[in-house]
Design a protein around this ligand. Sequence first.
Ligand code: ADP
Ligand code: MG
Length: 147
Amino acid sequence: MMNSLTNLDNVLVINNLTKIYHSKDGETLAIQDLNLEVREGEFVAIVGPSGCGKSTLLSILCGLEKKSSGTITFSKKDVKLGYMLQDDTLFPWLNILDNSLLGLKVQKKISKERQERVKKLLDTYGLGEFIKKYPNNLSGGMRQRVG
Ligand SMILES: Nc1ncnc2c1ncn2[C@@H]1O[C@H](COP(=O)(O)OP(=O)(O)O)[C@@H](O)[C@H]1O
Ligand SMILES: [Mg+2]
């Protein structure tokens, strides 16, 4: 009873997650039998040595990689996941505004309102003055905020 009650608070439950990468050089076991529960409002840090599978876990959660086995259950449908990469992925030939609008453009979801919202967000993050600049004119932290 206790268990089923506390489970309700979980936004994410991962059971026995395993990921094996297959390449022409062989197989790499990146994650083995990972179990994790994340509750509403909880901040979780995944810590471990290089190569222990942290990025792989995030890639699987975001749908960029497929898991090999195990289950991943989100408590809500249509959960929106954001994932900030270690290195920024801005295109050097696009200015800050165009980099920020790229996702909308690719998805053909661009509109006047959304462009205004993106500009407002850039303003909120202290980047309002830089929207016509290019990524190599910005500091690493600023580029991450654009990302
Ligand atoms: N695309 C890939 N193809 C094959 N092996 C990979 C791939 N990505 C990661 N790996 C391997 O999986 C393991 C976990 O990598 P990764 O998740 O990047 O670790 P971390 O982010 O914790 O440093 C490592 O052994 C790495 O070499
Ligand atoms: Mg990593």
